[in-house]
Design a protein around this ligand. Structure first.
Ligand code: ZN
Ligand code: ZN
Length: 292
């Protein structure tokens, strides 16, 4: 089976190249993309760190046992809190050294969180691992910057569960929520079609999810589901649900313009759609990364 998962686990370089390309493109907000590029450079540096590699191995130690027992997420998140606590200092130090790339409101939250006591940090990180929507958005930003090199390293090379094994809206590998959704052509498989995947905002994994189901609440009635897109950019759209008033941004890689898309990065380059959705009274479960 040939499946292109641009910018998936372990492929930080593709995300970084896309962020750098879009930072200088017309019609996109350069500030948020420059921030994403800075975060990805930090991520790339940490991904090669020996300590991160050995801690990632511990997180993945029970993956096959969990898979056999259908226990999701497959990673051992209890093993993540300690290493992420330590990574918080590294993340804040690395990004604040860049000066004005980080907006002041975020920078202030970063300077504050590194002064917190161990138990307070642990509480923050455990809450974020459990449900990021419970955490104040600026603190969630820093926790995510600190945690993603470890979580992504831990899932790199893992087999993603099939749609029969897992059909939830949360990441089966790390438990993160869907950041965006993608429709991509599947080739090399008889009647493979063009399945939909959800993309994890913290480990970057793609997992299969039904086309006509709300990724937020599971609504299946097509009368309550709608798609909205601009005529000149059909490669990106808002999939909204009238039942929960939630939405997910979907990238259709088969449409003209879709080939170059790297979902987690293009999410930030299409903030205008999020503004539009907000005006319609719709909300997404995880804010766009640089939209905090
Ligand atoms: Zn994940
Ligand atoms: Zn819904």
């Amino acid at each position: 089976m040939i499946r292109r998962r641009r910018g998936g686990p372990g492929d930080v370089a593709t995300r970084l190249a896309r962020a750098e390309e879009l930072t200088v493109a017309d019609g996109v907000a350069a500030g948020p993309l420059a921030l994403v590029a800075a975060v990805l450079r930090h991520h790339e540096r940490r991904a090669g760190n020996d300590l991160i590699r050995s801690e990632a191995t511990l997180l993945g130690a029970a993956v096959e046992a969990n898979r056999a027992g259908a226990r999701f997420p497959l990673l051992d998140l209890d093993a993540a809190a300690g290493p992420v606590m330590a990574e918080l200092d590294v993340a804040v130090g690395s990004l604040l050294a860049l000066g004005s790339t980080v907006p002041e409101a975020l920078a202030g939250a970063g300077r504050d969180v590194v002064t917190w006591s161990g138990p307070d940090r642990r509480e923050l990180i455990e809450a974020w691992l459990d449900d990021p929507s419970l955490v104040e958005p600026r603190l969630a930003f820093w926790t995510r910057v600190a945690a993603t090199p470890l979580l992504e390293r831990a899932v790199t090379g893992l087999r993603v569960p099939t749609g029969e094994e897992w059909h939830g809206g949360a990441c089966p590998l790390c438990g993160g929520q869907a950041q965006v959704s993608v429709i991509a052509e599947e080739s090399g498989e008889f009647l493979g079609g063009s399945p939909r995947s959800l993309v994890c905002g913290r480990c970057s994994a793609w997992w299969p999810f039904p086309r006509a189901v709300c990724a937020v609440c599971g609504e299946e009635d097509p009368r309550n589901l709608g798609s909205y897109f601009a005529d000149d950019s059909r490669w990106v759209r808002i999939d909204a649900c009238q039942t929960c008033h939630g939405y997910v941004k979907t990238f259709d890689l088969r449409e003209p313009g879709g080939l170059a898309v790297v979902p987690l990065v293009d999410d930030v380059a299409t903030l205008m759609l999020d503004i539009w959705a907000g005006e319609q009274g719709l909300a997404r479960p995880v804010p766009s990364f640089a939209g905090v």
